[in-house]
Design a protein around this ligand. Structure first.
Ligand SMILES: Cc1cc2nc3c(=O)[nH]c(=O)nc-3n(C[C@H](O)[C@H](O)[C@H](O)COP(=O)(O)O)c2cc1C
Length: 176
């Protein structure tokens, strides 16, 4: 059984992570979800916990500290790490090697393939900083998927939508 760590970040597209987890479970992948603090504003951890069948990790420093170091445990466990949706912020942090929360620590400490499916406002997507960060990640071998085009939740039209979920699944399948 393939083991997938799914990072969910603070994008309006975070609700789509619920269906993504279902598609992963349909393939009989074992899925452990990490949510950033911002992601929990958009979708409840309970939803992803229920659909994944595993506890959802949100905290770098949980009140009941486990014996293991959570980000090392997760990065050692997964056959790949998928970030969907991926904010401009998490992409920038990964490009810089920042590690100030559980997801960014996991990305920095994992030695398995990483797939990122970005989602953001078209201006954030087009910003040279975002494009430079994506170029850095691709150069390092990270699979950064394209974005879709159309109506954006912020009212804008253009590129920045989370790509369709089957494309994300196909990208994960190809790295597993
Ligand atoms: C309603 C709303 C929607 C947002 N959607 C996005 C988004 O789709 N993509 C993005 O990069 N940031 C988005 N943001 C901004 C992020 O939530 C913010 O940058 C946050 O710090 C990201 O944290 P994280 O990367 O740790 O999850 C949104 C913010 C709000 C208030």
């Amino acid at each position: 059984m393939s083991k997938v760590v799914l990072g969910v970040t603070g994008s309006i597209a975070a609700y789509k992570a619920a269906e993504l987890v279902r598609l992963m479970k349909r393939r009989e992948w074992d899925v452990q979800v990490i949510m950033t603090k911002a992601a929990t504003q958009f979708i409840g951890p309970l939803t992803l916990r229920t659909l994944s069948g595993n506890p959802v990790a949100c905290e770098m420093f949980p009140e009941m500290a486990p014996a293991e170091v959570p980000h090392i445990e997760l990065s050692d466990w997964g056959d790949c790490v998928v970030v969907a949706p991926g904010t401009a912020n998490v992409i920038a942090k990964a490009a810089l090697g920042l590690s100030d929360d559980l997801l960014s620590c996991t990305l920095l400490s994992c030695a398995v393939p990483i797939v990122i499916a970005p989602a953001m406002n078209v201006k954030m997507w087009d910003h040279p900083a975002t494009q430079a960060n994506i170029a850095i990640l691709k150069e390092r071998g990270v699979t950064v998927l394209d974005v879709g085009e159309g109506d954006l939740a912020c009212g804008y039209q253009g590129r920045g939508r989370l790509i369709d979920l089957e494309t994300i699944i196909a990208a994960v399948e190809s790295v597993l």
